[in-house]
Design a protein around this ligand. Structure first.
Ligand code: NAP
Length: 233
């Protein structure tokens, strides 16, 4: 993290995004923290109260292009050293029941927003800077009732793999994290019994992100898959 001065994290109001914000916080780092829920985002900032640089709060709905554009405008022109595409939603149901609205929302937050954020910020990044995408084991494996989630994560995986090659000559790294089930509020809206005691913690995922971004500028730890040692759920 020695060279990270300016770091934008989407979905930092709770869960994995909040854990990453807390893990990466350091006196010299200017965090730009995004979320929609202003109360939850304020709680993340409160947990960072000891930081020298007050986090900049970005409150925007990333399901819409207007939200993406407004966030880009608010983030300003100063280059980022680290962009973390973490915000995401999971709609879990048989594919026959998925509505057009759910499709648009999921693709908006999980695919379109990361793409246009990378498109805007990457050309302004300096060599040694990093883009971190929080994907999922569902970017590699398919599960019944997870069609729209898998589609969005597979799409982001393909996008980021291609973008990575375009950014390579500029020394900008694309680091993909593939967590298995992690104990966050994303599971609250997923029906069925899910054993949270067998899930990883958000801190476990944040630790992997911190490790990836702490590598020397010439080293890219490009793909990290994280699962509970006892196996997938
Ligand atoms: N938990 C897991 O098992 C797991 C496993 C693999 C990958 N992941 C991935 O990890 C990432 C974080 O998930 P999490 O588990 O931490 O979930 P979470 O606790 O539900 O947090 C999701 C975050 O995304 C933000 N978000 C949701 N909809 C949004 C929208 N329309 N516009 C802007 N922001 C929006 C939320 O912001 P607000 O609350 O402020 O709306 C929140 O900060 C996601 O990409 C998820 O797919 C999670």
């Amino acid at each position: 993290m020695a060279d990270v001065k300016r770091c934008l994290i989407t979905g930092a109001s709770r869960g994995i995004g909040r854990a990453i914000a807390l893990r990466l916080a350091a006196p010299e780092v200017q965090l730009l923290l995004h979320g929609r829920d202003t109360v939850a985002l304020a709680q993340t900032c409160q947990l960072l109260a000891g930081c020298e640089l007050k986090p900049i709060r970005l409150v925007h709905d990333l399901a819409t292009m207007r939200g993406v554009d407004n966030m880009i405008a608010q983030a300003g022109h100063e280059p980022l050293d680290l962009l973390i595409n973490n915000a995401g939603i999971a709609v879990v149901k048989p594919f026959a029941e998925i509505t057009r609205e759910e499709w648009i929302q999921t693709m908006g937050v999980n695919v379109t927003a990361p793409f246009f954020l990378i498109q805007h910020f990457a050309p302004r990044m300096r060599p040694g800077a990093s883009i971190v995408n929080i994907l999922s084991i569902a970017a590699k494996n398919a599960y019944a009732d997870w069609s729209i989630y898998c589609a969005s994560k597979f799409a982001l995986d393909g996008l980021s793999a291609a973008i990575r090659e375009e950014l390579r000559p500029h020394g900008v790294r694309t680091l993909n994290i593939y967590p298995a089930a992690t104990d966050t509020s994303i599971w609250s809206s997923v029906s069925g019994e899910w054993p949270r005691e067998r899930m990883m913690s958000a801190d476990d995922v944040a630790e992997a992100v911190a490790y990836a971004v702490s590598q020397p500028a010439a080293v890219a730890l490009e793909n990290i898959t994280l699962t509970n040692a006892s196996g997938s759920l």
